[in-house]
Every structure is written in structure tokens, then in C-alpha cells.
Design a protein around this ligand. Structure first.
Ligand SMILES: [Zn+2]
Length: 156
């Protein structure tokens, strides 16, 4: 069954890594939360890590419009913006922009060619997705397994 992506652009697919980092909001041995754009079509995505195990990271995805994304990057990189205002802006963006219907699994691939998308799974309908930062979540691989089971179901 083909995955019809109405919210992710066509460049976001398994085996690729079209993201260019515009703004890192948090990191731990690589990106955990950040604003990225597609190298090919410039569509903006807010990625927030939900779970990880080894090199694999599961991200929830939000879809800011290009203008919102540009404005945020401009405000936060200008340096005149103080930290509390920056946090407020990021929080506003996280709570006001539409969420993608998909979760993305990225393999960080430290030893090889760099990060690669290894799975795109629809968000679970039967349990609510955590909205907290990864720093407040268990990150024990549970959500990763859950997303993987969806990917397996779609491909199998
Ligand atoms: Zn694209």
C-alpha cells in the first residue's frame, strides 16, 4: 500500500534525508528538537524527538508555514532577542501550528553517511501522543517500537 503524504512534501521519504537545519532548539548527541526545511522545496518542519534507542530517533512533526518559520529564525538568530522571549515564541509556535499526521524515524547513522529517514508511520489513533519535551519523557524505545509496528503493518 502506498503512503499518501498530503502533509509531508514528496521529498520526505524512506532512504532520504532532505532536511536542512535552520534552527536547533535542543540537542543531545545530535538534533533532538529543531526547525528544518526541505532542501528541494523549502517546506518547513518542526521536528521534536519523542523517543530514541541507539542511533534511531522518533520524531513528531509539526508544519509551520514558511513565513512563520522564517520569522522565528530571524528573531532567534538576530541576537537582540532575549531568552525568555525566545522560549515564548517557540512555545507559541509549538502549540499553534498544525501537526503532521505522521511520525518520522531517523537513523542518526553516526558511523556511516549521516542521518537517514528509515521509517514514516501514521500517528497512532488509539493512544495520545506525548506533548512534552523528550527530556521529560521515558525515551525507552517504547514509542519507537510502536511506530515500527505501524511501518511493518503498512509494508507487510
Ligand atoms: Zn520537499
Amino acid at each position: 500500500m502506498a503512503l499518501v503524504n498530503t502533509d509531508l512534501c514528496q521529498h520526505v521519504k524512506v532512504g532520504a534525508y532532505p532536511f536542512r537545519l535552520q534552527l536547533c532548539l535542543d540537542e543531545h548527541l545530535g538534533l533532538t528538537d529543531g526547525l528544518v526545511t526541505c532542501r528541494d522545496c523549502n517546506k518547513a518542519y518542526l521536528l521534536e524527538m519523542l523517543d530514541w534507542r541507539g542511533d534511531e530517533r522518533l520524531f513528531r512533526v509539526s508544519l509551520p508555514d514558511a513565513e512563520e518559520a522564517t520569522q522565528l529564525v530571524r528573531d532567534l538568530t538576530r541576537g537582540s532577542c532575549d531568552i525568555s522571549r525566545a522560549c515564548a515564541e517557540i512555545h507559541h509556535m509549538q502549540t499553534s501550528i498544525p501537526a503532521s499526521r505522521y511520525l518520522i524515524i531517523i537513523d542518526q547513522n553516526f558511523s556511516l553517511s549521516g542521518p537517514t529517514i528509515v521509517g514514516i508511520a501514521p500517528k497512532p489513533a488509539d493512544r495520545p501522543l506525548p506533548t512534552a519535551s523528550w527530556r521529560e519523557l521515558d525515551c525507552n524505545g517504547q514509542w519507537l517500537d510502536y511506530a515500527r509496528s505501524y511501518v511493518a503493518m503498512l509494508n507487510g
